[in-house]
Design a protein around this ligand. Structure first.
Ligand SMILES: [Zn+2]
Length: 158
């Protein structure tokens, strides 16, 4: 039985998300993250990846990337959250999604998309609804920069 089902997402209201079909323990592999394995050269030369933050592109090693932007990769439907309950893991040329918290039946699976903090972070608003949401899709280690910025702006506004 699949541990997930596809449903309209509460996070990405225009799209879909993956939801737990039963209670799942922390450390469980939900599904593989699949796609086309391409060389770094192909990545560099492809117009598809001109964007600074290709959501579905994973660095596998020095030579290869994985392009998960293919219809048969169901794991691409997992949305970003500032309080994610899953993470991407990999070994060799394989990637998968693993739970990093206990998950209740009916909860949406979420990951940290791992975007860095840079000038164009505002292009990717986050609507995850978590208490600690910083409002933009930025990886956990860089969110303090946005929090700091928010505080500064608030102070100026007062
Ligand atoms: Zn968020």
């Amino acid at each position: 039985m699949n541990l997930y089902r596809i449903k309209k997402s509460n996070i990405d209201r225009t799209g879909h998300g993956l939801y737990a079909t039963k209670d799942i323990k922390e450390g469980t592999r939900i599904m593989n993250y699949i796609g086309n394995i391409i060389t770094k050269k192909q990545t560099e030369e492809s117009k598809k990846f001109d964007n600074e933050k290709p959501i579905y592109l994973f660095n596998l090693n020095n030579r290869y990337d994985l392009d998960g932007d293919v219809s048969w990769n169901t794991a691409r439907l997992i949305n970003h959250s500032c309080s994610n309950n899953c993470d991407y893991e990999g070994k060799g040329l394989k990637l998968w999604v693993v739970t990093i918290k206990d998950i209740k039946k009916g909860e949406e699976f979420t990951c940290d998309y791992g975007f860095g903090y840079d000038a164009d972070y505002k292009q990717f608003p986050c609507k995850c609804g978590a208490n600690n949401c910083v409002g933009y899709i930025v990886r956990e280690g860089s969110r303090w920069r946005i929090n700091k910025k928010f505080k500064k702006t608030q102070r100026v506004n007062r």
